[in-house]
Design a protein around this ligand. Structure first.
Ligand SMILES: Cc1cc2nc3c(=O)[nH]c(=O)nc-3n(C[C@H](O)[C@H](O)[C@H](O)COP(=O)(O)OP(=O)(O)OC[C@H]3O[C@@H](n4cnc5c(N)ncnc54)[C@H](O)[C@@H]3O)c2cc1C
Length: 322
C-alpha cells in the first residue's frame, strides 16, 4: 500500500499547526487512493509530540536522538534521506516554512525526487500528482501535473489547508534508530532566540478587524480599536498601513505579511489587491466595507457593505455585540 509521509514540525516541545494541516491534506488524498498516512517525528524528546499526533495518522515513525533536538539541516537531512530511501513513501509532505524551505530542495536534490514547493492544493489526475501554486507574487495560478514517479516531495503553504478531525485511533508507532553522524558538515545549533514580541500573533486570532488605506490617517485608528475591542477582535492591516508605520509590520496580512485564517475577517477600507487576498481569502467569514462597489475585496467577501466605513462602524458595533 502506498504511503503518504508527513514530516511533523515542532518547536520547543510543541507541534506546529502546520503539521495538522498537512495531516488533514494527506488524509483527504489517502481516502481516494487507499494510502496510509504516517507522521515522521524527529527530535530528542519525541514522546509528547507523538502523543499529540494520536489519532491523526495511521502510523507514527519516531526517531529520537539528542542531535535532533533542534532543527539543523545536517542531521535532519541525513535521517530523512535514509528514511525516504528505505521506506520509499509515495508522497512526502513538508511545511513551506523556514524549516521546509531550507530542507526540501536539498532533500529532493540528494534523492533525485521531484519537488513542488509552496503548494495550495494537491491532487491526482491521469496517473500523475497534481498541484496548485501561485507565481508572480500571486498574480497567476499555476496548475502542474507531474510526470509519473516513484516518489514525490511537496512543501505546503501554511494556512492553505484546514486542520482536520483526525483519521485513526491509536496509531502504530515505529521507532527508528538514528543515523550515524560521521558525514555531517559541522553546522551546529547555537541557541534558540525568541523574537522579542510585545505584539500579538494575528495568525492565531479568531476575529480580525483589518484596516486599509481607507482609514485615512492614524488618528482614526483608535475608533477602529474600540470597535475591535467591543467584538473581541484583533487589529490587522494591509501593507500601506504597515509601511506608513501606523501599525507594526507584524499586523500586516498578505503575501509579504502573514497568512491568516480567522473565523471572521472584517476588512475596512481595503481595496483587496491580490497580494492582500492571498493572505486572508480562506477566512471563515469575510465582511468588507468599502466606498467603491468595484473594489476587488467584494469578490472574496461573503458580506459586502458599500459605504463609508466611519458611518458603518457604529452600526456594525451594535449588530456584532448582539
Ligand atoms: C511584492 C508586493 C507585495 C505586496 N504585499 C502585500 C501584502 O502582503 N499585503 C497587502 O495588503 N498588500 C501588499 N502589497 C500591496 C498591494 O498591491 C496593494 O497596494 C495594497 O494591498 C493596497 O492596500 P489598501 O487596500 O489598504 O489600499 P488601497 O488600494 O489604496 O485601497 C484603499 C481602499 O479604501 C477604500 N476607501 C477609502 N476611504 C474609505 C472610507 N472612508 N470608507 C470605506 N472605504 C474607503 C477605497 O475605495 C479603496 O478601495 C504588495 C505589493 C507588492 C508589489
Amino acid at each position: 500500500m502506498k504511503e503518504i509521509m508527513v514530516v511533523a514540525e515542532h518547536r520547543q516541545g510543541s507541534l506546529r499547526e502546520m503539521t495538522y494541516e498537512m495531516l488533514a491534506c494527506a488524509a483527504d488524498l489517502a481516502e481516494g487512493f487507499d494510502c496510509t498516512v504516517s507522521a515522521l517525528v524527529l527530535g530528542k524528546d519525541t514522546r509528547p509530540i507523538c502523543d499529540a499526533l494520536d489519532g491523526f495518522a495511521h502510523q507514527i515513525v519516531e526517531v529520537q536522538d539528542p542531535m535532533l533536538e533542534h532543527y539543523n539541516a545536517d542531521p535532519y537531512l541525513t535521517v530523512l534521506a535514509e528514511i525516504l530511501s528505505s521506506r520509499k513513501p509515495w508522497l512526502t509532505m513538508v511545511g513551506h516554512t523556514a524549516m521546509g524551505m531550507d530542507m526540501a530542495p536539498a532533500l529532493a536534490a540528494r534523492l533525485h525526487i521531484p519537488l513542488v514547493t509552496d503548494c495550495l492544493e494537491i491532487g491526482w489526475a491521469e496517473g500523475g500528482l497534481t498541484t496548485l501554486r501561485q507565481v508572480y507574487g500571486g498574480k497567476v495560478d499555476e496548475r502542474l501535473r507531474l510526470k509519473p514517479a516513484e516518489q514525490y516531495l511537496v512543501t505546503l503553504r501554511p494556512g492553505a489547508f484546514s486542520a482536520g478531525q483526525g483519521i485513526s485511533e491509536g496509531p502504530v508507532v515505529e521507532k527508528i534508530s538514528p543515523s550515524k553522524w560521521e558525514q555531517l558538515r559541522g553546522r551546529r545549533f547555537l541557541e534558540y532566540k525568541v523574537l522579542e514580541q510585545e505584539d500579538v500573533d494575528i495568525a492565531e486570532a479568531e476575529i480580525l478587524v483589518s484596516i486599509g488605506r481607507g482609514i485615512g490617517k492614524p488618528e482614526n485608528i483608535p475608533l477602529v480599536e474600540q470597535f475591535a475591542e467591543a467584538i473581541g477582535a484583533t487589529l490587522s492591516c494591509s501593507r500601506p498601513v504597515a509601511d506608513k508605520g501606523w501599525l507594526p509590520k507584524s499586523r500586516q496580512v498578505g503575501t509579504s505579511g502573514k497568512t491568516v485564517k480567522p473565523k471572521l475577517y472584517i476588512a475596512l477600507g481595503i481595496s483587496g489587491a491580490f497580494q492582500h487576498q492571498a493572505g486572508m481569502k480562506n477566512s471563515g467569514t469575510i465582511i468588507a466595507v468599502n466606498k467603491d462597489p468595484k473594489a476587488p475585496i467584494f469578490k472574496v467577501a461573503h458580506y459586502g457593505i458599500v459605504a463609508d466605513l466611519f458611518q458603518v462602524l457604529p452600526v456594525l458595533t451594535e449588530k456584532l455585540k448582539k
